[in-house]
Write a new protein. Sequence first.
Length: 392
Amino acid sequence: MSQFITVLGATGSIGNSTLDVIARHPGKYQVFALTAHTQVEAMAALCIVHTPRYAVMGSEGAAKKLQDTLRTQACKTEVLFGVGALCDVSRDPEVSQVMAAIVGAAGLLPTLAAAKAGKRVLLANKEALVMSGQLFMDAIQDNNASLLPIDSEHNAIFQSLPVNYKSDPLAQKQVRKILLTASGGPFRGYSRNQLSQVTPSQAVKHPNWSMGQKISVDSASLMNKGLELIEACWLFDRPPNDVEVVVHPESIIHSMVQYIDGSVMAQMGNPDMRTPIAYGLAWPERIDSGVDSLNFFDIAQLNFEAPDNQAFPNLNLSRQAFEAGGTAATILNAANEVAVEAFLREQISFTAISDMVDAALNHCEVNKADSIEGILQADSLARRFVQGKIKA
């Protein structure tokens, strides 16, 4: 019997990769709903191919355009819009799994809705967990939901840990450290002065991965790795000191787990997101993802180095935010989202992104993160603070 899947953020790179894997297993998975923000043409093409029951757009205008387009193609997909609809298609009783791939804070509420409905949540939106932390993890546990990390690094860690890691304290004690790999992005080796001169077109050209603009800039600034560090602390219940970032430019080893006996378990593979997506969809089984296996004779060498925390301060800012607790990580994430958008519009320099985040963490009050209302309020206040600094 087929499982119904909702794909949040269907027109992005993760969404497209998810649909590619699903299409390879038509007897096992069916698309229940697809969501996008404003990309009507891309969504129409996906609806015609995958025939979901529902499509959700970010606004009423985009939804009307999509519905009109689908009618001309005799596609019967029903089009909805807004946050309420996103949450509805995430918690619908017929849905088994939800791919949470909406970029940024916008993905928090539907991802949380899926958790509260007891779904298998395939988490590709790291910001949802960064923002809500304990609230999100409690929702998973209290509602018997399943949480499978889809980020290639966290998926690699998940594969490298003992199968009973979450339930057995002894298994947790056997782990010495999590080694979170980072490609280093397009500016690896740059000084802080050199980084101040880089352009948006340079920042979005990742050397190994094909990603959207926002996440590409985050990768270039190492904020993506900072958010992943926070996510790893929540997913695997480790303090920041137990998570070490290792720059690995080839992106062949996706992350590692260091054990107390000196062993290191690594998950390796070609840099293609269909591998972790397929693992999440089928876990504990494995299915064909469409990704070729590594040819070790083609790998000339594997390199490793420590990150440059002076040139790229976002890693330390992320550690500080997690250690501060409460809404600090929410403030970090919100400030970064606004600053990245301003950088892409050429309103601020690349190095000003981390400066804005640092300023927000120092200025905005950190409160308890025990309610969605409090989290969203902290998010809003941090955004307004950074927007004010940009306009000043």
